[in-house]
Write a protein that binds this ligand. Structure first.
Ligand code: SAM
Length: 218
């Protein structure tokens, strides 16, 4: 399989055709080899229009969703970004191409170490990964110009609002464990927060102190 051709088709047919126009986002997604972030048995599906299993009951996000969330941060290149839910590391790699530094938190150690390995192989050196409960953010490194949360939260964790820089953008799915709304929150100069609903979505649960207690559906 020619992964370069498959990747170009993915960007043209799944992402650009659905209205993502930021040339930097399109270019990052053209260059990050998504097939390296899934198991060898799934590589032939790596550029399909779908999320895929990565083990531990978790998924690599659908490429279009990665593009929507990344574009919603409106990145220019000099930002320091917090990502919650490293998962496979694919979204981390896309962000790495677009900002100065990515701080990524994953609660499942084996996923964090697999992601680290692939990102190191790709020589992406502007990424810090920590195994921890990402619902509390990353206080030592705050404030962030952007926070991207790749798991569904019952509400907006307060720590994210506190760790957002003025003008900073928080993008996260908010809702129950079956259905969420992708939400963008922007910290205004006067200290208030502007909240927008971007689209319906469905993510695995954000589990932690300020998220869900577990992934057992109630
Ligand atoms: N964007 C990732 C990718 O492209 O592979 C997919 C992320 S996956 C949908 C969600 C991830 O969030 C899972 O790996 C899960 O373990 C992680 N997660 C859930 N709750 C978390 C928490 N409180 N802190 C850190 N990671 C968490």
């Amino acid at each position: 399989m020619d992964f370069t051709v498959a990747r170009r088709r993915m960007v043209e047919q799944q992402i650009a055709a659905r209205g993502i126009t930021d040339p930097r986002v399109l270019s990052a997604m053209l260059t990050v080899p998504r097939h390296l972030f899934v198991g060898t048995g799934l590589q032939s599906h790596a550029y399909s229009d779908a999320s895929l299993p990565i083990g531990e009951k978790q998924t690599i996000s659908q490429p279009y969703m990665v593009a929507v969330m990344t574009a919603a941060l409106e990145l220019k290149g000099e930002e320091r970004i917090l990502e919650v839910g490293t998962g496979s590391g694919y979204q981390t790699a896309v962000l790495s191409r677009l900002v100065k530094r990515v701080y990524s938190v994953e609660r499942i150690p084996i996923l964090a170490s697999r992601a680290r390995k692939v990102l190191d192989q790709l020589q992406m050196s502007n990424i810090n990964i920590k195994v921890s409960d990402g619902t509390v953010g990353w206080q030592d490194q705050a404030p962030f110009a952007g926070i991207l949360v790749a798991a569904g939260s019952p509400d907006v964790p307060k720590n994210y609002l506190q760790q957002l820089d003025v003008g900073g953008k928080l993008v996260l799915p908010v809702g129950d464990q079956q259905h969420q709304v992708l939400t963008r929150i922007i910290r205004q100069e006067d200290g208030t927060f502007k909240r927008e609903q971007l689209m319906d979505c469905r993510f695995v649960p954000l589990i932690g102190e300020q998220g869900w207690l577990s992934d057992a559906v109630t």
